[in-house]
Every structure is written in C-alpha cells, then in structure tokens.
Write a protein that binds this ligand. Structure first.
Ligand code: SIN
Ligand code: FE2
Length: 217
C-alpha cells in the first residue's frame, strides 16, 4: 500500500499558502470540480457571451468578460457597477451554477469566512498577451465578504499589492484549478495579472478563464 503523498500527482491536495493575514492560495482546490464546472460555464457563455466592455475612459478592455448570478459587473462610459441584467440582451444574467456556489462556500470557509453566499460571478477570459492592471474590487456593498477567485486554463502571475497602488506587489502563480481567497483586512488590496504567456493548456487551449465570486448586493 502506498502511504506517501505523491507530490507529482496533480490531484493530490496541496497545502494552503497564506499570502496575507486573510488571503490564502488553495492550490488545486477546484480540480475535483472542473469536470462539472466546464459544461456549466459553457452554458453561461452560450446565453451571455464574452464581450469587450468599454472603460469609463472609453478604452476597450482586452480581457473578455461575462457574468452569472443575480448581479453582474459591468463597465461603460458611465462607470463601473453591478447590474441585474446583461446589457447585451437586456435579460437577467444566467443563474449561478450550483457547483460554483458550493466550491466558493467551501473555499471561503477554509479561509475563515463562514456562510459566504455570493450573488455575482465575474468570468474573465484572457488570451496570451492580455493583462489586468492593478485595481481594487470596491464596487460591492459589503467589504466584510471575501472574494473567491478560481483559475482555469493557462497559468498566470497574479500580483497582490497593498492598500495603495504604489506599494510593492507579491507575485502569486495561479494554475488550472487553483483557488485564491482574499477578505478581511486583505479585501481591498490592489491586485492585477501580468501579461499572459502564450501556451496551450490541455483542457482550455490558449485561454485562461478566471472566475471571481463576490457578494455584490
Ligand atoms: C480580477 O481581479 O477580477 C481577476 C483576477 C484574475 O484574473 O486572477
Ligand atoms: Fe479584481
């Protein structure tokens, strides 16, 4: 009988890595759910396709995005906000898949946030070269609730900064199946993503998908 942990088995659970007082990387935490997540995501994208929104300054965002859940994050010339309807279709966003609710609840609990019930999931789609500049997630009503981020596809380097834009950032590698939770005193830290390196992921090809689950309303 094999008793040692196989460190090269991607399914074997890895240790949580605390990257802040209330911020934790859960390597591979979503791997057991990926198979159930992918068809649910395909359904979301079929009714609310990825699109390139305009920043308030009028620039087209490089990262494609869509949402599921009762509220969706949108950006246009009027600013950033949450909306109960998809501006492309004027219909409600697709429902939040149960598998995502479950996963986010468990990940948040491991990070010390019991009873996390997200009502919004922003889905970002990165292609090689796409980056996300440093920003804070501050369009939500209640900053006592954490952000739960799930990464799929190509690996990326996530930058976790401080409470001011010019503070130093730490680099956190995010791979397929990794979950990152930040809340509490880390909730409003600046963060971003370095330009995605070209590559081919066996499941998602040359894409990175990131889901961030939030309690927005
Ligand atoms: C975000 O900050 O909204 C996305 C972060 C990521 O893509 O890892
Ligand atoms: Fe963010």
């Amino acid at each position: 009988m094999q008793t040692e942990l196989d460190l090269f088995d991607p399914q074997s659970p890895q240790q949580p890595q605390w990257v802040g007082p209330h911020a934790v990387l859960l390597p591979g935490f979503a791997l057991p759910q990926v198979e159930a997540m992918l068809p649910a995501l395909r359904q979301v994208v079929a009714s609310a396709p990825f699109r390139h929104m305009l920043t308030p300054g009028g620039l087209k965002m490089a990262v494609g995005l869509t949402n599921c859940g009762a509220l969706g994050w949108v950006s246009d010339r009027q600013g950033y906000r949450y909306s109960p309807v998809d501006p492309l279709s004027n219909r409600p966003w697709p429902a939040m898949p149960e598998v995502l609710l479950d996963l986010a609840g468990h990940a948040a609990a491991l990070a010390g946030f019991a009873d996390f019930s997200p009502d919004a999931c922003l889905v970002n789609c990165y292609r090689p070269g796409n980056r996300l500049s440093l920003h804070q997630d501050r369009d939500e009503q209640d900053f006592s609730q954490p952000i739960v981020s799930v990464s799929l596809g190509l690996p990326a380097v996530f930058l976790l900064g401080g409470h001011r834009r010019n503070e130093p950032t730490q680099r956190i590698g995010l791979r397929h199946g990794d979950v990152l939770v930040w809340g509490g005193e880390d909730r409003l830290r600046f963060h971003g993503v370095l330009p995605l390196k070209p590559g081919a992921h066996p499941v998602l090809g040359s894409l990175r998908i990131n889901l961030t689950l939030r309690k927005a309303g």
